[in-house]
Design a protein around this ligand. Sequence first.
Ligand SMILES: [Zn+2]
Length: 181
Amino acid sequence: MDGQRVYPGDRLASAEEYGAGDGAFGDGGAVLSAVVGTGSVSAEDRTVGAAGPQLPVPRAGDLIVGEVAATLASRMAVAIRYVNGRPVTNNVECMLATRNIRMRLIALVGDIVALRITGTLNGDIHATIGEPQLGVLFTRCRKCGGRVMLKRDVVKCVECGWVDERKLSSDYGKAGFIGLP
Ligand SMILES: [Zn+2]
């Protein structure tokens, strides 16, 4: 793979043979690329890495803020806008598996959510919403699109009165959280 084009999540080497160098991370038994770029092998320090036009890819443990792009039966696609508070512009999406979340409605398309990245698998970046801080930071009424206000653990539309649930972040309604729009 030395000199080859690689993408985030591409396998660069076995973790038994090589360590993760710049632009790479270890995931179980493999070293994977964290960037879109060119793979490189350093025989000297026995690492593999990847370098290229720097398109930062969120790594496990990163806190992201993004916009819900699509909601499917068992997962949600979120377009990442901030990684650890820094704006990103390369339209990377992460996946949130929702089948184990016991809520009818977690978030709507267009909602702003905070998630934590759990890792990369098969080219997808995966995230979790299972911490108090994580969840919806901004939403609108499902019925009329109006502004909503927090009522204990639900949201209520100030226009039409519709009451609805969301997986709300404990930071919901707090101004200035990670430079929100
Ligand atoms: Zn409404």
